[in-house]
Design a protein. Structure first.
Length: 226
């Protein structure tokens, strides 16, 4: 099975060593079962800090995006070094490089590619390029809710939904400014639609359950293609 794991930058913000150890063990188990894995890392608070300073000083959005990209690559290199026995040791900086590194049959870890793209879009592009069985979005919520759980106590977790339902949920809160991308931005959704990629949304605190997903257990929310 081919998997793409997109890890929220918030995972890195916690600076929890146990989380990194657990992730490393999980990835080793996935590889030992014979599955292929690509990982895309978000930029987290490091990206937001530099973007905030830059925006206050009048830096344009394209340059702010670059700051976010470099922060995400820093996180990608951290994972690369942690997984040095399994991973390709150079973080790809574009899709062509990723495809080339994927041929090594190692775990390939990347951050952002270019301004105007979220790391969710990168994850969608990578999933499309390798015909992934699943794109797993590991974020700071347990799955997709019918409304924003940060502001609505009555928000309900949806175990299954399609991409059209997701678009309706996100359409009122979507942003394309640097550092403010939502769960899936419009470009990521278009790529997922055209390639009919199956998406799992789960909490990054449950990354040790990825093998359960591979074995057919329901974890988080599954977004089915139309």
């Amino acid at each position: 099975m081919k998997l793409v794991l997109k890890i929220s930058g918030k995972f890195f913000d916690e600076e929890n060593i146990e989380n990194f150890i657990s992730l490393r063990n999980t990835i080793k188990n996935i590889v030992n079962e014979g599955h292929r894995l690509a990982i895309v890392s978000g930029g987290g608070s490091t990206a937001r800090k530099y973007i905030k300073i830059g925006r206050e000083l009048g830096v344009n959005e394209a340059h702010l995006d670059l700051l976010g990209i470099w922060a995400s690559r820093l996180n990608a290199y951290l994972l690369t070094f942690i997984l040095s026995d399994l991973s390709y040791m150079k973080v790809p900086e574009n899709l062509e490089e990723f495809i080339e590194k994927w041929e090594s049959e190692k775990v390939v870890i990347t951050g952002g590619f270019q301004p105007g793209q979220s790391t969710a879009t990168v994850a969608a592009l990578v999933s499309e390029a390798i015909a992934a069985d699943y794109l797993i979005l590991a974020t700071n919520v347990d799955g997709v809710y019918d409304k924003d759980p940060r502001y609505n106590r009555d928000a309900k977790l949806l175990s299954k939904l399609n991409i059209e339902t997701l678009k309706k949920i996100l359409e009122t809160s979507q942003s394309v400014k640097a550092g403010t991308y939502e769960l899936l931005d419009p470009l990521a959704i278009k790529i997922i639609e055209r390639s009919k990629i199956k998406v799992i949304v789960m909490n990054y605190k449950r990354l040790n359950k990825i093998l359960d997903i591979i074995h057919g257990k329901d974890i988080g929310s599954i977004i089915e293609p139309m």
